[in-house]
Design a protein around this ligand. Structure first.
Ligand SMILES: Cc1cc2nc3c(=O)[nH]c(=O)nc-3n(C[C@H](O)[C@H](O)[C@H](O)COP(=O)(O)OP(=O)(O)OC[C@H]3O[C@@H](n4cnc5c(N)ncnc54)[C@H](O)[C@@H]3O)c2cc1C
Length: 427
């Protein structure tokens, strides 16, 4: 095994892990993209910290009972130990290198942690094309580039898959007769692109982006220099910017039904918004919740007719038209208050609910990017027909780009065009 890592089995746990002064244990599985993303960081980090901390790995599938006895229910899961006792919180899912090194630093005396940090050597990597963002647009661009023998690296601040991996079901992506689970469709796309030969840097911190030099610094130490860059960073849910929203985001207020609807089994929920995503997501939440109140600023819904018909036919869903939220308050676990204003009368009232879902549109993910990039009035990137931005050699694809319809099919089309344009232009 590369790095300073020892593979153990359940029977070795007490002697090796609990017997070490400082240790970290990785529960991994096969066919697990987040485990692969972690492995690419665990090995080099073990080289750095391995003289001070013992690094272990254990194959969860073959040590299932043992994993369960420690309460490990997801792969990968990292557990940290000091003098035979678990310490600090566990890490799981798409684990960033910085989260891992922060936890390891906590196991060490401050001066030693600093010494190790300072010993980190900067790394310079070259490639022909660098893709920022591994959603449908970035993955498709990577697939086409790799198949055209263009040396390509794909960088994602999370795990590849983009929004699709958080979409419950996709029924309009060609090639599948039955609706596909978003997470599986994203998985197929990501594996296909990886198999084509694209190198991934997943769950990383993008420290800086220099579009003139075509250099991207990740995790503070690896500079990737490319000849062309594709920005395929997608968009994020638009916050309402109201009192209590930031405070209770993820703790009473959610922006992702696929992620959180399951926690509202038999509960009452308020959905803010009336467009496609609000109504489609409300229909999904209705699989779990006892009641859903849709608060919408206009007198009618903006969602597609099919979704509207389904929502109106569902007796668990009620509508509060021409109302807007003004503040969010929390009174206890699953006890939220939403202050709403009647836009016709200006009168305000308080609604009590178990949870709130906000679906009021999106904003492009462009923080930290060169302000010279040309944008439309909503902040989305403007490109020509080849997907090139106003900065030479910099392309944009997918939801981050100005366009009328943001769908998986339009994102993969953008990625295709950008990749073909790049591959034709490179010698
Ligand atoms: C609730 C919901 C349901 C939907 N359902 C459907 C549907 O049924 N059918 C359909 O066709 N479309 C659907 N869509 C739309 C579809 O998901 C998007 O159009 C599509 O995912 C856009 O792909 P993308 O690659 O442009 O961006 P995304 O899928 O958003 O991917 C962007 C990627 O970039 C990464 N990233 C962000 N910032 C950075 C950075 N600075 N550096 C590097 N990486 C970064 C993100 O982690 C992410 O992986 C839905 C959207 C939503 C919100």
């Amino acid at each position: 095994m590369a790095g300073k890592i020892t593979e153990i089995e359940a029977k070795d746990y007490e002697e090796h892990v609990l017997g070490a002064e400082r240790a970290v244990l990785d529960f991994y599985s096969t066919e697990c993209p987040p485990c692969e993303a972690l492995a690419a960081k665990y090995e080099p980090v073990s080289e750095l910290y391995g003289d001070d901390i013992s690094f272990f790995k254990i194959f969860r599938q073959e040590n299932r009972e043992f994993a369960e006895s420690l309460g490990v229910t997801a792969s990968p899961t990292l557990i940290f130990y000091k003098n035979g006792k678990e310490t600090g919180s566990r890490l799981s899912g798409g684990i960033r290198r910085s989260d891992l090194t922060d936890r390891l630093d906590c196991l060490l005396p401050e001066a030693r942690a600093k010494e190790i940090r300072e010993s980190i050597q900067p790394v310079k990597t070259g490639c022909q094309a660098l893709i920022l963002g591994g959603g449908p647009a970035g993955l498709t661009a990577g697939l086409y580039l790799a198949q055209a023998r263009v040396d390509t690296i794909l960088v994602d601040t999370a795990l590849p898959g983009g929004y699709v991996s958080r979409t419950h079901q996709v029924s309009n992506y060609p090639g599948f007769i039955e609706p596909q689970q978003g997470v599986m469709l994203a998985h197929y796309m990501s594996e296909q692109t990886k198999a084509a030969g694209v190198a991934y840097r997943a769950a990383v911190d993008v420290t800086s982006v220099d579009l003139d030099k075509k250099e991207v610094l990740i995790d503070g130490f690896e500079t990737i220099k490319a000849r062309k860059i594709i920005i395929a960073t997608g968009s994020s849910p638009r916050p309402l910017g109201l009192e209590g929203e930031k405070e209770f985001a993820g703790n009473g207020i959610s922006y992702c039904a696929t992620c959180d609807a399951k926690y509202y089994e038999g509960k009452d929920v308020i959905v803010i918004g009336g467009g496609n995503s609000a109504i489609e997501e409300a229909l999904f939440i209705a699989k779990f919740a006892r009641s859903i109140t849709i608060v919408h600023q206009f007198a009618e819904l903006q969602a597609n007719k099919e979704a509207q018909e389904k929502a109106f036919a569902d007796n668990r869903i009620t509508f509060m038209f021409e109302h807007e939220p003004r503040a969010f308050r929390k009174h206890g676990t699953m006890d939220m208050e939403v202050v709403v204003e009647d836009l016709k009368t200006g009168g305000r009232k308080s609604l009590r609910t178990n949870g709130v879902f906000v679906f009021v549109g999106f904003i492009p993910n462009l923080s930290g990017f060169d302000p010279r990039l040309s944008k439309d009035q909503w902040g989305y990137l403007v490109t020509d027909g080849e997907m090139q931005t106003n900065i030479e050699g910099v392309y944009a694809a997918g939801d981050v780009r100005t366009k009328t319809y943001r769908q998986i099919t339009t994102a993969v089309a953008d990625g295709t065009i950008a990749a073909i344009s790049i591959s034709r232009g490179l010698p």
